[in-house]
Design a protein around this ligand. Structure first.
Ligand SMILES: [Mn+2]
Length: 360
């Protein structure tokens, strides 16, 4: 069983034309996002939309019921795709877990139910991003080859201390504001919250046969919006691994975020370290140029990471999980998302064939 090719689909994409597109690109597996972004009670927008910053997150969403998960799995299966993972909890379901608020325990019980259902549906991986500020501060620039629009980060353009209003977490809104701001928290306190979460969730995840896979901070700045970040250097991924030992405590290995980090050693050294321990659940296979405080996301074949070297490392370690492109630059045409994905997946598919033939 070798590595598997997958794609990440947002909720509004869970329909036949996207399943067909994924299969046509050679994908066999899916990672899906169910935590949608709302601009109002009625307007759903996606993470590719600029309005993400003010999205509303709704609690009690029936998409998390076992029936819904099984229906998605079955529909994807009809198009030859296996549902490998779900990415991200809905902020409305766990804001007090992140904030250590009064509903923490109630929300953890809800998350346990979600993970149990994910296991019952036979979905092996669940990605999460334990973050207060979330994904924030990016700019869109034409920084990829040929002037393709891509996601970039330049800290000098931002007010890094812009406070987070009450009612917001993870760059999403879960409740109306009250004019106040998120209370200060230390890095140690934040790690304590993650430990509390993992100590309760991991036994449930083990029982359910689900891996909880942590995405590192994006962007990997030490602090953002006056809040500490957690995994913003490669060593801190090891801190997560050691925090609560469990076969379900895994990494959602984002090569882009990892390469963007300030680090002592090249990315390959850290990757070896994680792979030796069998800690990689699945991979965000994307490339980037530069590091924090200033970097540009670029096409998979033009960034600072030698992607073939990474693939060799994954192969040599016996890794048999899924690789997805994560995000790509938008290509100049009528279907810029599709074109960007098809380019990345074609590159990955070619590399997979080289591996099968012993050429890589
Ligand atoms: Mn990622």
């Amino acid at each position: 069983m070798g590595m598997k090719l997958g794609i990440g689909l947002y909720r509004h994409m869970l329909k036949p034309e996207y399943y067909q597109f994924a299969r046509q690109c050679g994908c066999t597996h899916l990672i899906i996002h169910l935590a949608n972004y709302y601009t109002s009670d009625t307007n759903v927008v996606t993470a590719t939309d600029d309005k993400i910053n003010y999205g509303y997150s709704q609690a009690g969403d029936p998409i998390w019921e076992l029936d819904s998960l099984l229906r998605i799995k079955q529909q994807a299966g009809e198009y030859g795709l296996e549902l490998y993972g779900i990415e991200n909890f809905n902020p409305a379901d766990w804001y007090d877990v992140l904030l250590d608020g009064p509903k923490r325990q109630e929300q953890i019980e809800r998350l346990k139910q979600v993970i149990t259902r994910v296991g019952k549906a036979g979905i092996p991986a669940f990605g999460y991003n334990f973050s207060l500020a979330g994904v924030w501060g990016h700019q869109k620039k034409h920084a990829a080859r040929g002037g393709a629009e891509s996601t970039c980060f330049d800290a000098s353009l931002l007010d890094l201390n812009a406070p987070i209003p009450n009612g917001q977490v993870w760059n999403m809104t879960y409740a109306p504001g009250d004019g106040g701001f998120m209370p200060a928290v230390t890095s140690e306190e934040l790690w304590g919250r993650l430990q509390c979460f993992l100590e309760q969730m991991l036994p449930v995840a083990e029982e359910a046969g689900v891996e909880l896979a942590l995405h590192p901070d994006d962007p990997p700045m030490p602090e953002l919006r006056g809040t500490p970040r957690m995994v913003y250097r490669p060593e801190l991924y090891q801190k997560l691994i050691d925090l609560v030992p469990s076969r379900s405590n895994k990494l959602e290995l984002c090569l882009g975020s990892l390469q963007e980090m300030q680090a002592e050693k090249p990315i390959y050294d850290y990757l070896d370290q994680y792979l030796r321990q069998g800690k990689v659940s699945y991979v965000h296979f994307r490339n980037v140029r530069g590091k924090v405080p200033c970097y540009d996301e670029v096409f998979v074949d033009e960034g600072d990471i030698d992607m073939f070297r990474v693939l060799r490392q994954l192969k040599d370690s016996g890794f048999s999980g899924v690789l997805i492109p994560d995000h790509t630059p938008m290509m100049t045409c009528a279907a810029s998302w599709h074109a960007g994905m098809a380019f990345a997946l074609g590159y990955m598919r070619a590399a997979f064939q080289m591996i099968e033939r012993g050429m890589l």
